[in-house]
Design a protein around this ligand. Structure first.
Ligand SMILES: [Zn+2]
Length: 392
């Protein structure tokens, strides 16, 4: 599909509105009661307790031991029936966010490919379940204030060259033979950039995309699985968070379509969602057990080599990590809670297995993965996962 942001300008002409940075009243985003999805996991709770009571330094040690414990327990839960990844869009992302302070390259942008993950399993009573992880509405997500500002500063011809759309969520599902009504759950590692109105529908008409009637849900039976902390934060954003969210688009969502969780949950055999706050308040990571062992997926880093930077050949990365004694290179666009994010990167690093193709790297799969581009010299990844497929 030819890639362009021009189509987006037809949807919402002109600049996307940057809401006032300060002094705004909290938004009336629905916050329904927390749901008991799957079963609770408490093995990692002590990391969160340490963060609150002793600070991120103490929590770092606890993250390592708790993740090692969780790894053993989780591997014993089995594996899901199916896992597959689907490339949605490749787009520019500021180098100083994606590779933090490590890269030597002066290029302002590196490139990341955002992927959707399809996970299917059977509940204990035999009910088939389907979860879509990161089913991004690429078109509406581009109205995020940060990206809209970037788009308006970039000539259309340049945009056409640098943003590549690969497939839509609906096309990817059709290829897998999954009907949209069969999807039970949608989830994102956090809600930066997301506008989910067309995914789960709205209760009222929406001036920009459906002025006459409520927005119909593309997934009529699906609910959005989200940490309560994330929605609470979106109600009342800090100026440092605001450029990355579209909170106004959450106000008219149907509360029945929001499945709030508050903690770590085992959804099915070899499928878990665990809290990994720091990058965003309600950040969460998908953890999967497959035929090749345990994987974790989030946006806490942009390349798996950022969890083992000593093996990175991206100019600057290994040297920076060695010089400053840091064992991970975080993806830091909002720096909401940077040391806490570091701790949860170590947790992710500890609970996954090594990559089969190259044991220097881990089965950590960034949902937005660093991708080589002629427009991003000096940011070529040493190792990419590119895709994951598991069928039990
Ligand atoms: Zn983010």
């Amino acid at each position: 599909m030819p890639a362009t942001f021009d189509a987006l300008k037809r949807v919402i002409p002109g600049s996307a509105p940057m809401a006032p940075a300060t002094g705004t009243a909290p938004l009336d985003i629905p916050i329904p009661d927390v749901t008991d999805l799957g079963s609770s996991i408490h093995t990692l709770d002590r990391v969160h307790t340490d963060i609150t009571e002793s600070g991120p330094g103490a929590a770092l040690r606890t993250a390592r031991s708790a993740a090692a414990d969780f790894r053993r327990e989780f591997a014993a839960t089995g594996t899901p029936a199916h896992v597959s990844t689907h490339d949605l869009v490749t787009l520019p992302y500021p180098t100083k966010f994606g590779l933090w302070r490590a890269p030597a390259s002066p290029v302002p942008f590196l490139f990341i490919t955002n992927r959707m993950v399809v996970i299917r399993w059977l509940d204990s009573d035999g009910t088939p379940r389907t979860l879509l992880w990161e089913p991004s509405d690429v078109e509406l997500d581009s109205n995020t204030p940060y990206f809209a500002t970037l788009r308006d500063a970039t000539p259309g011809a340049v945009q056409n060259q640098i943003v590549r759309e690969h497939t839509t969520v609906q096309q990817a599902l059709a290829r897998e033979g999954i009907r949209q009504e069969d999807v039970d759950y949608l989830a994102f590692d956090h809600l930066h950039t997301q506008d989910v109105r067309r995914l789960i529908g709205t209760t009222t008409p929406q001036a920009d995309i459906s002025p006459e009637a409520p927005v119909p849900a593309a997934f009529p039976n699906a609910r959005l699985v989200v940490q309560r902390a994330e929605l609470l934060a979106m109600r009342d954003l800090h100026p440092m968070q605001r450029p990355w969210y579209q909170p106004e688009t959450f106000v008219d969502l149907d509360p029945e379509r929001l499945l709030l969780i508050d903690g770590d949950r085992l959804l099915g055999p070899g499928v878990a969602i665990v809290r990994t706050p720091g990058h965003a308040t309600g950040n969460q990571t998908l953890v999967l057990n497959t035929g090749t062992g345990i994987w974790a997926m989030s946006e806490n880093v942009v390349a798996t080599e950022c969890l083992t930077p000593e093996h990175s050949t991206i100019p600057g990365v290994a040297g920076w990590a060695r010089k400053w004694g840091q064992e991970v290179v975080i993806n830091a666009n909002t720096i909401e809670s940077t040391a806490t994010q570091y701790d949860f990167c170590v947790l992710e690093k500890t609970l996954v297995d090594r990559a089969q193709a190259d044991g220097r790297f881990l089965q950590f799969f960034p949902t937005s993965e660093l991708t080589p581009s002629v427009f991003g010299p000096g940011t070529r990844p040493t190792f990419e996962h590119r895709g994951l497929r598991h069928d039990a």
